[in-house]
Design a protein around this ligand. Structure first.
Ligand code: COA
Length: 159
C-alpha cells in the first residue's frame, strides 16, 4: 500500500507557507494529495479552476504531488483516495483550537484516519491567504509570500 497523505484546504491562493509544508510532506510520504475544497465555508476570491491552476504552478517541481478538488466530507475523500493521513499545518498556537476540533471531528467520523501536523519554516509562520490578498489589493508587494505567477494573478484579479 502506498504511503499517502492528504493536505486539504481552501488555498485561495496557495502561499509559500503551504508550499513549504508540501515540500516537507514529500520527504515523508510516497504521495501527497493536495485537496482543494470545492465549496469551503468561506467565499473564495479565486474560482476552483483558478485555485487548482495556481496550486499546479506553485507545486510543479514535485512529481509525487497530486493536485485535485473535493466536494463533501474530507474523510470520505480520504477513503476514496485510500489515504490514511490528513495533513494540516500549525503556524502558531492560535491555530491549535480550530485544528484540534477539526482533527477530533474527523477522527469521530473516520477513526482509521489520522491527522498529522507539520509546522512551516519560521519565515512563513505569519502568512495567511487572506492577508496576502489584502496586501495585494492595497498595492503591497507579495513576492515574499507567493510564487511570482500567483503574485501577478493577484494583481490582475484584485487591483
Ligand atoms: N502557510 C500559509 N497559510 C496557511 C498555512 C501555511 N502553512 N496553513 C494554514 N494557512 C492559512 C490559510 O491560508 C488560511 O488562511 P485564510 O483563512 O486567511 O484564507 C487558513 O490558514 C486556514 O485555511 P486552510 O488551511 O485553507 O484551511 P481551511 O480552514 O480553509 O480548510 C477544510 C478547511 C477545507 C480542510 C475543512 O473545512 C474541510 O475539511 N472541509 C470539508 C468538509 C468537511 O469534511 N467538513 C467536516 C470537517 S470535521
Amino acid at each position: 500500500m502506498t504511503n499517502k497523505a492528504i493536505y486539504p484546504g481552501t488555498f485561495d491562493p496557495i502561499t509559500r507557507g503551504h508550499s513549504d509544508l508540501v515540500k516537507r510532506a514529500t520527504r515523508l510520504f510516497d504521495r501527497v494529495i493536495v485537496a482543494l475544497a470545492a465549496k469551503p465555508g468561506k467565499q473564495p476570491v479565486f474560482t476552483l479552476e483558478e485555485r487548482l491552476e495556481l496550486a499546479r504552478t506553485a507545486l510543479a517541481e514535485y512529481d509525487n504531488v497530486e493536485i485535485c478538488s473535493f466536494d463533501g466530507l474530507l474523510v470520505e475523500f480520504a477513503r476514496i483516495k485510500q489515504a490514511r493521513v490528513i495533513l494540516r499545518g500549525l503556524r502558531a498556537v492560535s491555530d491549535f483550537d480550530y485544528e484540534f476540533q477539526l482533527a477530533g471531528m474527523n477522527r469521530k467520523l473516520a477513526p482509521d484516519v489520522e491527522t498529522l501536523f507539520l509546522t512551516p519554516a519560521e519565515q512563513y509562520s505569519n502568512i495567511s491567504s487572506s492577508l496576502v490578498r489584502e496586501i495585494a489589493a492595497l498595492g503591497g508587494d507579495v513576492t515574499p509570500f507567493v510564487h511570482e505567477k500567483i503574485r501577478d494573478e493577484l494583481t490582475r484579479k484584485l487591483r
